[in-house]
Design a protein around this ligand. Structure first.
Ligand SMILES: NC(=O)c1ccc[n+]([C@@H]2O[C@H](COP(=O)([O-])OP(=O)(O)OC[C@H]3O[C@@H](n4cnc5c(N)ncnc54)[C@H](OP(=O)(O)O)[C@@H]3O)[C@@H](O)[C@H]2O)c1
Length: 297
């Protein structure tokens, strides 16, 4: 498994990381998560990303691999201590949430704490960033980051106070490639690609009922990438595209299946896409995407 230096942090991360939202929201059993994460660690994964609001994801991760804490970098997010629909950006709520995350994750220090997609106004006010800086000073987290998209992500990169940016990058979400990643790269921020497979939305023959998948599903129908026609290899090309984007260091794929990590890892043995294939996907995006195709949180 290839590794890349995560910007100016001291972390050298596997290009394929683990995204922890599905295991929480889909109520995966402790046994399955132990198999999934144990197998991935054995095979070279060293990045686990989650959030306090992904249902019981943090607890599942803590129980599954808390005993192997030295073998991976642990990232979580704060701002929704009472669930995704009930954001709470008060500094006291952020710090309280971080302490609860440490307990759930069975650790005394996070490698990275990220603000979980607060808006631009919130970021500009600055107290949310100060809260994370305080958490870092107190030793609760080694680095601080912003997770989100669009103008807020741009501000997060410009303000110079974050070590990392987690943002959507995929064949169906390319706004960041022009809006934030060149500057993030120039400033040597670590970049974590979220939703790196576009939720594999091409798998659905009909528009999925789940709203979270709908924008990517509609975009992929319009983009009509030829490599999505045959199921075989679609995910491999999609993932290799994300990891070919200049400035991206790791892609955190979500899954509920223990066999997935190895499958995706072996797809990455082919390395990044060749220049023509990468430019073909970029060109198709440029000719089809309209102004409404913004980065999806
Ligand atoms: N605002 C934020 O900060 C934010 C927002 C969204 C996501 N995130 C982070 O990003 C992570 C990843 O995002 P995501 O899970 O929404 O999107 P994703 O990684 O693009 O897609 C995950 C989906 O892809 C499927 N998949 C994985 N490998 C596959 C393969 N080889 N072939 C076919 N399907 C495959 C998985 O299904 P199976 O279960 O069948 O493998 C899962 O349903 C999250 O877990 C979370 O950590 C952060």
């Amino acid at each position: 498994m290839q590794r890349r230096q995560l910007g100016r942090t001291d972390m050298v991360v596997s290009v394929l990381g683990f995204g922890g939202s599905e295991i929480g929201y889909q109520r995966v059993s402790e046994r399955t998560v132990a198999r999934l994460l144990g197998g991935a660690l054995d095979a070279g994964l060293n990045v686990i990303d989650t959030a306090e609001c992904y249902d019981n994801s943090e607890t599942l991760i803590g129980r599954a691999v808390g005993g192997r804490r030295r073998e991976f970098y642990l990232f979580t997010k704060c701002g929704h201590a009472r669930g995704w629909d009930r954001a709470d950006w008060r500094p006291s709520a952020l710090l309280g949430g971080i302490e609860r995350s440490l307990e759930r994750l069975a650790t005394d220090r996070l490698d990275l704490i990220q603000l979980h997609s607060c808006g631009l106004d919130q970021l500009r006010r600055g107290d949310v960033i100060e809260a994370l800086e305080r958490a870092r000073e107190r030793g609760l987290a080694r680095y601080i980051g912003y997770s989100g998209d669009g103008a807020a992500a741009r501000y997060a990169v410009e303000c110079g106070r974050f070590d990392t940016l987690q943002t959507s990058v995929s064949i169906a979400d390319q706004e960041a490639i022009d809006l934030t990643l060149p500057l993030a790269r120039a400033r040597n921020l670590g970049v974590i690609a979220k939703r790196p497979l576009a939720n594999a939305a091409w798998r659905y023959a009909r528009k999925p009922a789940e709203p979270y998948y709908q924008a990517y599903w509609s975009r992929l129908r319009a983009l009509e990438y030829p490599f999505l026609r045959g199921e075989d290899g679609a995910a491999a090309t999609a993932l290799r595209f994300t990891l070919s984007v200049p400035g991206v260091h790791t892609a955190i794929v979500g899954t509920v299946r223990p066999e997935r990590w190895r499958q995706n890892a072996s797809a990455l043995e082919a390395g990044v896409l060749d220049g023509d294939e990468f430019e073909g996907i970029r060109a198709r995006w440029r000719s089809v995407a309209d102004a409404s195709w913004t980065g999806q949180v």
